[in-house]
Design a protein around this ligand. Structure first.
Ligand SMILES: NC(=O)c1ccc[n+]([C@@H]2O[C@H](COP(=O)([O-])OP(=O)(O)OC[C@H]3O[C@@H](n4cnc5c(N)ncnc54)[C@H](O)[C@@H]3O)[C@@H](O)[C@H]2O)c1
Length: 445
């Protein structure tokens, strides 16, 4: 009965199952434990389970003290099997939602996790899907599977979609202080979801259905994709014009206190969200004979950026009269964004691949958060960042602008720099060495 679950939530006695203990699932598990709930996490990746059992925190944004508190007090346990599903009252599904090589949605992880839960879940369980996906996934795919025994959502079990908003590396907003959106299949599903989500969020905003919540998440990410594509296009134009610096333009536009929000150009987008989500909507729209031209164009334009950066490097080498076979290129920053340790879909890796395919065998990289990169037929080994590494490179390319880099020192010892992030903004010495994406030949002295 929903009243029993309601009471359990009120008394923090509801047992929580988190499926998928990655960048989304682990912070959520620790947050619920911190608030006094008992959490059991399940992940098919045994290496993550081992780390948890060895009390080793593997997500940078999760505060170590909170992680250890959860484990030491037996508030958080984890396993690679689904044996404990029958003991849990509430599930949060935080598994990957990638695209196939043809850029179509791959919801197989959601369906596999749902199947495993379905086989073992007890009546009156609440099931909340958090993985980003196309509208209709919860009601048209997850719900029919969960109802194979004849159970009905809102009566025998409860089902909702609540998108995740965690922003790795964000020092201000985290799982605990970011408002959450939720849409339930029925009113009761929504009410129970709000009750449990209020335990970890300051504000929960309810929408009328899971579909609305699913679309809302796509809007958030596509909004970013489109705006980044817009500034990327303006950056390319500024490069062509040669006498306007796009970064200065954005800084000036940002002084407007309303109606403008700054987005920045760069070497391309990566990660698990804005690079993928537009394709989820695009795929679905086509089923309605609708073409999301604008969204598709933005995604394509963003995907062009690593190719553009590769071309900048090739031009720089040509100016130096260094041919590909003898060139030495250094890439700085290879995770997908500043100060995070996540390499997924990183534009840096794409740039390395493109340069390698141009016939440059000598490509080195450094990133404080990354190990070696296995790519094509090679392993690119992370290098120690020192004066020799900088001096030996014909061109040093700043792809990800980690804050712990000393850019003044990097510029001082590099021969040529391509800065794709305006990381060298404050540097006044040696500016003639720097090619800034979006500034053409315009130099700041
Ligand atoms: N990373 C982010 O910043 C972020 C932000 C908002 C939304 N999201 C969305 O959240 C979802 C999860 O993303 P993530 O970054 O945490 O992914 P992740 O790859 O870091 O973690 C997912 C985990 O799920 C596990 N898994 C896969 N199949 C499983 C199964 N059947 N049963 C149990 N575990 C399974 C994987 O081993 C992995 O550890 C995605 O839909 C993503 O788009 C991510």
């Amino acid at each position: 009965m929903s009243e029993v679950l309601r009471e359990k939530i009120k008394q923090k006695k509801a047992k929580i199952g988190i499926i998928g203990l990655g960048y989304v699932g682990l912070p959520l598990a620790v947050e619920f434990s911190r608030r006094g709930f008992t959490v059991h996490g399940i992940d098919v990746d045994n290496s993550k389970i081992k780390l948890i059992q060895q009390k080793k925190n593997y997500i940078k944004d999760v505060i170590n003290k909170d992680f250890l508190y959860a484990i030491n007090n037996r508030l958080f346990t984890a396993s690679a099997t689904y044996d404990k599903v029958g003991e849990q009252d509430i599930f949060f599904i935080c598994v990957p939602t990638p695209v196939t090589p043809n850029k179509t949605p791959d919801i197989s992880y959601i369906m596999n996790a749902t199947e495993e839960i379905f086989k073992r879940m007890k009546r009156h369980t609440l099931f909340v899907l958090k993985s980003t996906t196309f509208p209709g996934t919860t009601e048209d795919y997850v719900m029919p599977l969960l109802e194979r025994k004849g159970w009905k959502a809102g009566k025998d079990y409860y089902l909702a979609f609540s998108p995740e908003r965690v922003d790795p590396g964000n020092k201000t907003y985290n799982t605990g202080n970011t408002p959450i959106v939720v849409g339930g299949v029925t009113r009761k599903c929504a009410e129970l979801s709000v009750m449990i989500l209020q335990e970890v969020a300051t504000k929960v905003h309810t929408v009328s259905s899971p579909r609305v919540a699913e679309m809302e998440k796509l809007l958030e990410n596509i909004f970013r994709s489109v705006n980044i594509a817009l500034v990327n296009e303006m950056a390319l134009l500024c490069d062509r014009m040669g006498n306007i610096n796009i970064w200065e333009v954005i800084e000036a536009a940002s002084t407007k206190p309303f109606g403008f929000m700054p987005f920045y150009p760069g070497p391309g987008i990566g990660g698990h969200c804005i690079q993928i989500d537009p394709y989820y909507l695009d795929w679905q729209a086509r089923q309605y004979d609708f073409h999301t031209k604008f969204i598709e164009l933005a995604a394509e334009s963003n995907e062009e950026m690593p190719f553009y950066v590769k071309d900048l490097v090739m031009k720089e080498l040509a100016k130096l009269s260094v041919n590909s076979a003898n060139a030495n290129v250094l890439i700085l920053g290879t995770t997908f964004k500043r100060d995070v340790d996540d390499p997924r879909n990183s534009p840096a890796i794409k740039v390395i691949e493109l340069l390698y395919k141009e016939g440059i065998p000598n490509i080195n990289f450094h990133d404080p958060y990354m190990r070696n990169i296995r790519l094509l037929d090679r392993i690119f080994r992370v290098q120690e960042l020192n004066e020799k590494l900088l001096r030996d490179a014909d061109v040093t390319v700043i792809i990800t602008d980690h804050t712990n880099y000393d850019y003044e020192w990097i510029v001082a010892y590099s021969k040529r720099i391509i800065d794709t992030r305006n990381a060298t903004k404050k540097i006044r010495n040696n500016r003639e060495k720097i090619t800034l994406l979006g500034a053409g030949t315009y130099k700041i002295y």
